[in-house]
Design a protein around this ligand. Structure first.
Ligand code: FES
Length: 122
């Protein structure tokens, strides 16, 4: 475990997200009603940036082909569905959950542990 401080606890509004790079790993931090969560920054569909997407409750929707992911678990809530016909690509690009990262709030600061992912991608 190697938590790193990323921001102050009050830096993000509820329902928003911010991107960080931790030891070479791109991470997306979300503030939901019940706290902070973190996932990989790039969508697992075509690796485009999820930080341009939208948050709806506990779900983030990718702006490109509208895949939806549960922010807390990383699980797919709905796979790529836009534009019409994208489903043909889904034969090759099958559903894949987002990697999630441990987050903790300590001394009014948000910390993320992305060490495991950094090792995997080294
Ligand atoms: S890149 Fe996110 S849905 Fe295609």
């Amino acid at each position: 475990m190697a938590y790193q401080k990323v921001c102050a606890e009050d830096a993000l509004e509820v329902g928003t997200m911010a991107k960080f790079k931790l030891d070479g790993t791109n991470v997306l931090l979300y503030r939901l009603e019940d706290g902070y969560y973190a996932t990989q920054r790039r969508c697992s569909h075509m690796r485009l940036p999820l930080d341009k997407g939208t948050i709806d409750g506990d779900v983030v929707q990718c702006p490109f082909h509208r895949a939806r992911f549960n922010i807390k678990s990383g699980e797919v809530d709905g796979w790529a569905s836009f534009p019409p016909g994208i489903q043909i690509c889904n034969v090759i690009l099958s559903e894949k959950a987002l990697k999630t990262f441990p987050v903790k709030v300590e001394n009014s600061e948000v910390h993320i542990d992305a060490a495991e992912e950094a090792l995997e991608s080294a």
